[in-house]
Design a protein around this ligand. Structure first.
Ligand SMILES: Cc1ncc(COP(=O)(O)O)c(C=O)c1O
Length: 377
């Protein structure tokens, strides 16, 4: 099927939820993906910070083959070992107490909302302006932006928004009914917005002082992306709840909420596919490869190199590790022009977002820069 036919078929049969870019991808290998005409593209966005080990990583493929041959699903009526191994790994890596596995990032946020309400008995949650936490009604209530929210009102009561990177604004919103504050260590969907040094530490101090929970949404920043295993580790603080997903499964749908604020009782939370053994075993493999191959360090090195090269070119660029945003005149136009040059990226407004697989090497960064330089800025 050619691209035009694919577009017509989608228009007829699929919900009108996605503004797609004009490429239909059929396969991938390492840092590259291929379209229906077998044209090759350098993947500089990793399926929105998801394909942390690139495409078709041999250990991931082998785990999927092995685990799907052993056991793919059995529900949570019974114990399964991959789920248990994953919970132990997440607790060890984060330093928190317990883990709950989810199917994606939005569910990780939903879990955090329920935990915060249950632990504190309070309903108010303070989120940040321009935040993105997902699109189900609970997570949507914490997401900023009329375009996401307006058609679906009313959302959860008791949600307030404070200016990001402004601790005084946060202080003003706190009341005796505040259960938690939820923050992205770097705002991703808003266009790679990095707070000042010391911001997270101050948010932690305020939340401790006021006896409210700190939820960090590391769905996009987690698992090596910013140069540490988790972005909060740049600051030395310890949150009460962490939401995870994206890079955790290397492309297999999975997320988690790791927490240190009490626990649920049986029946209070769950789901049929939650902690599915295949998804969990893939995540175990992906996380172990990230640790063993020191991919967070690679993210730091390659991210610094990319950022410096962009700055040398006089671009307004910012980032931490492999989470980089570049100010361009027209975000969509730049992404479309890069597609023509055989490079895939994404955009938020007029910020070009670069989120490549953590396995990226210098030669791939150079390949991206060559394509970028050849555009008319
Ligand atoms: C910070 C953050 N939280 C939550 C989500 C929602 O995650 P998912 O799309 O896996 O449900 C996203 C997705 O972009 C995100 O960036």
């Amino acid at each position: 099927m050619d691209l035009r036919k694919i577009q017509e078929t989608e228009e007829r049969y699929y919900a009108n939820t996605f503004s797609r870019l004009p490429v239909a991808i059929t396969r991938g290998e390492g840092m590259y993906v291929y379209d229906v005409e077998d044209r090759r593209y350098l993947d500089m966005f990793a399926g929105i910070a998801v394909d942390s080990l690139g495409h078709s990583h041999p250990e991931v493929v082998s785990t999927i083959r092995k685990q799907s041959g052993l056991l793919m699903h059995t529900s949570n009526w019974y114990y399964t070992l991959p789920q248990l191994r994953l919970a132990q790994l997440l607790v060890k890596l984060t330093g928190l107490e317990k883990a709950f596995i989810t199917n994606d990032g939005t569910e990780a946020v939903e879990t955090a909302i329920k935990l915060a309400r249950k632990a504190t008995g309070k309903k108010e949650i303070i989120a940040m302006k321009n935040a993105f936490h997902g699109r189900t009604l609970g997570a949507l209530s914490l997401t900023w932006g009329e375009k996401y929210r307006k058609p679906f009102m009313p959302l959860l009561p008791g949600i307030k928004f404070a200016e990001y990177n402004d601790v005084d604004a946060l202080r003003e919103k706190i009341t005796g009914e505040t259960a938690a504050v939820i923050v992205e260590p770097i705002q991703g969907e808003a266009g790679v917005i990095i707070p000042d040094d010391g911001y997270l530490e101050e948010v932690r101090e305020i939340t401790v002082e006021k006896n409210i929970l700190l939820i960090l949404d590391e769905v996009q920043t987690g698992f090596g992306r910013t140069g540490e295993m988790f972005a909060f580790q740049h600051s030395g603080i310890k949150p009460d709840i962490i939401c995870l997903a994206k890079g955790m499964g290397g492309g297999f749908p999975i997320g988690a909420t790791v927490f240190d604020c009490g626990d649920f009782k049986p029946g209070e939370h769950g789901g049929t596919f939650i902690g599915n053994p295949l998804a969990c075993e893939v995540a175990n493999t992906v996380i172990n490869v990230i640790v063993r191959e020191r991919l967070a360090e690679n993210a730091s090195r390659m991210g610094d190199y990319l950022l410096n090269e962009l700055k040398k070119r006089g671009m307004g660029a910012r980032g931490r590790g492999l989470m980089v945003g570049v100010e361009v005149e027209d975000g969509k136009r730049t992404v479309l022009d890069l597609i023509e040059k055989g490079v895939l990226t994404i955009y938020s407004g007029n910020t070009l977002r670069i989120l490549p697989p953590l396995i990226i090497e210098r030669k791939h960064v150079d390949e991206f820069l060559t394509a970028f330089d050849s555009l008319k800025h």
